[in-house]
Design a protein around this ligand. Structure first.
Ligand code: G3P
Length: 219
């Protein structure tokens, strides 16, 4: 399963890339607004740092505007994947952009039917938001399992990109279900590294080693 970082913060991305676990980046208007400055320049810098897909979202709400904006975003860098919100304008824009060879990520997906429609119009990725479903008392992971099943039935090439991830359980369950990608905020990636028994185990190894060194007879 690929791991993307869900942030527009270059420092956060630069800290994770050397670990070798980052396959791409997802941004959205909220994340780009948070870092401020020129969003296109920020996207270009991210594309220089990450050797993988970088999702950049349109803010137009009509189909023609989304297509126009999508072409402009795609021209920033070959790594850019144009993100469009689900809905009739988004589906129509995805259809047009995908036919032009521009990769599209259909976002704000909350049902299997929406994912199916996005796949039918050639989306490269669909982004179901698991955390926001959990927040309203519905199982986000259940949605992922339904979408994975549907895409397998018809051999759609659209990748299931699990978004709105809150922690390790979402990542582990996504991998178990065979989702293609999980996009995580840096905090969730950090949490994947942690296990108290690893820390305890390492401390004991080092303590035992140090003790043995002290017991070596002096030559
Ligand atoms: O990038 C879209 C998505 O991951 C947003 O997550 O935490 O705002 O629900 P969140």
């Amino acid at each position: 399963m690929k791991l993307f970082v869900d942030t527009a913060n270059l420092e956060e991305i630069e800290a994770l890339v050397p670990l070798g676990i980052v396959d791409g980046v997802t941004t959205n208007p909220s994340l780009l607004a948070k870092v401020g400055g020129d969003p296109r320049a920020a996207l270009k810098r991210i594309c220089e740092v990450v050797q993988g897909p970088v999702s950049a979202e349109v803010v137009a709400t009509d189909s023609d505007g989304m297509v126009r904006e999508g072409r402009e975003l795609a021209a920033i860098d070959p790594h850019i994947v144009v993100k469009v919100p689900f809905g009739k304008p988004g589906v129509r824009a995805c259809h047009t952009l995908a036919n032009e060879g521009i990769r599209v990520n259909v976002t704000l997906v909350f049902s299997p039917a929406q994912a199916l429609l996005a796949a039918k119009v050639g989306a490269s990725f669909v982004s179901p938001f698991v955390g926001r479903l959990d927040d309203i008392g519905t199982s986000g992971m259940n949605l992922i399992s339904q979408i994975v099943e549907i895409f397998e039935n018809f051999e759609f090439s659209t990748e299931v990109l699990v978004a709105s991830v809150r922690g390790p359980i979402h990542v582990i369950e996504s991998a178990r279900m065979g989702a293609d990608v999980c996009t995580c905020p840096p905090k969730a990636i950090e949490a994947l590294f942690n296990h108290p028994l690893t820390e305890i185990g390492l401390a004991k190894f080092l303590a035992d080693w140090a003790k043995a060194q002290q017991q070596q007879p002096v030559a």
